[in-house]
Design a protein around this ligand. Structure first.
Ligand SMILES: *Cc1c(COP(=O)(O)O)cnc(C)c1O
Length: 239
């Protein structure tokens, strides 16, 4: 979103009685619904300045922030420097079975802990979850760049299938979206045929499909997936 548009959407404290007052700006990095693309440090810092100027807080939804860090080659702490708070996903690209971490000032965390308790989210025996999270942070973060490479291989292969369109430039991380150029193929049908071959893909609306690569997907799996997709297209078109 253009910085100008963010500024234009801010509603001031002394505005009309009929409008809510803006208190917070949230950014998502990477942007899950925009191809898994990254927000740059420069952009994030600019939004931080806008927040400061208008007396607002900045929160970063970093469900996939490690992917952004790997793709941009920028450490996570630098990427989020402008933010007041950050949530970090452990159960997305880095592969813990469950969990997110929220980061902020001492006072913010104290308030968040009380809210978590109020909402019934307290767990006493979290050590077992933390152990899995530690493995994810220790062993998987370093593998994300390779996931991104495999996603590009996948996207390149999909580009060669004439029934699809792929925007290669939008493949920055481990997510690959492709559109149906051939109206006879529906995303739901394609995903259903792929599932029979143990390839799990997500239909997005009536035109697109999303594939996600993670560290347990090998180069051979990528080639297998491409072969299955070609077969599935043929199967659907010949019925
Ligand atoms: C998955 C996701 C979440 C929620 O993550 P949890 O693991 O359920 O805490 C929040 N924001 C975005 C952008 C996500 O992709």
């Amino acid at each position: 979103m253009d910085i100008d548009k963010i500024v234009a959407a801010i509603r001031s404290r002394d505005g009309s009685l009929y409008y809510p007052t803006t208190r917070l700006i949230c950014l998502e990095n990477t942007q899950g619904n925009c191809g898994g693309k990254c927000l740059s440090v420069e952009y994030t810092d600019k939004v931080g300045e806008v927040a400061k100027t208008h007396g607002l807080k900045l929160h970063i939804d970093g469900a996939r922030i490690f992917n952004a860090s790997a793709a941009l080659g920028v450490p996570v702490d630098r990427l989020v420097r402008a933010a007041d708070s950050v949530s970090v996903g452990l159960a997305k690209g880095i592969g813990a079975p469950v969990g997110s971490v929220i980061v902020g000032s001492k006072a913010f965390i104290h308030k968040a802990t009380i809210l978590r308790k109020t909402l019934g989210g307290g767990i006493r025996q979290v050590g077992i979850l933390c152990a899995a999270a530690e493995v994810a942070v220790r062993d998987t973060v370093g593998k994300l760049a390779d996931d991104h490479r495999k996603a590009k291989v996948l996207a390149d292969g999909l580009k060669k299938i004439e029934q699809f369109t792929v925007d290669l430039a939008s493949v920055e991380t481990n997510l690959v979206f492709f559109d149906m150029a051939d109206a006879r193929i529906s995303p739901a049908k394609l995903c259903q045929v792929l599932e029979q071959r143990n390839v799990l893909a997500t239909p997005i609306g009536s035109k697109s499909v999303r594939l996600a690569v993670h560290y347990q997907i090998s180069d051979a799996d990528v080639q297998y997936t491409l072969a299955c997709i070609e077969e599935a297209v043929e199967e659907i078109l010949t019925v």
